[in-house]
Design a protein. Structure first.
Length: 164
């Protein structure tokens, strides 16, 4: 959706209502549970390789070990990751920047490539207190089944949940 700026009418200048600039005003709160999705650059299915998926999982676990997050559920599928976690310290941006940059370095090093691995930004949603975390976790870990990557959750190797 584009909004034409009236003061610049006729000059071909548009302001986008959604986009990267919205990330700068993103608010995050310690002890809040978030459902987050990060997508690979141009939706390339680089994470279909289980070994490469584990490199991303290592970075998710690193955030937990550093005390920044407490992961409740996650799944890594070929073109994106879904992650349900409680923010323990810092901000979403401070958690996501090293996650994406370190996983990019690992993935590029392993595949002998270079360039962007992730799309800019990420989609996050603060989970309301009245929402059932297990229901959200089930939705997340069933993504590979819905995508046709597995017949059952247990067949897919790149997921975990606190309620296993």
């Amino acid at each position: 959706m584009k909004i034409h700026a009236p003061a610049l009418k006729g000059k071909g200048v548009f302001f986008r209502t959604k986009g990267y600039h919205l990330l700068k005003v993103r608010h995050s709160q310690i002890s809040q549970v978030y459902s987050l999705t990060a997508v690979t650059n141009q939706r390339k299915p680089i994470l279909r390789d289980v070994h490469l998926g584990h490199l991303v999982i290592d970075q998710l676990r690193r955030q937990d070990q550093a005390g920044h997050t407490h992961s409740l559920a996650w799944v890594v599928i070929p073109v994106h990751i879904h992650w349900l976690f409680e923010l323990q310290a810092r901000s979403l941006g401070v958690v996501m920047c090293p996650l994406k940059s370190r996983s990019s370095l690992s993935l590029n090093h392993t595949t002998h490539s270079h360039g962007h691995v992730w799309q800019k930004g990420y989609h996050q949603r603060a989970v309301r207190q009245d929402e059932d975390l297990k229901t959200i976790a089930r939705y997340i870990i069933f993504n590979p089944v819905r995508a046709g990557l597995a017949r059952r959750v247990g067949e897919y190797p790149l997921w975990d949940a606190a309620w296993r």
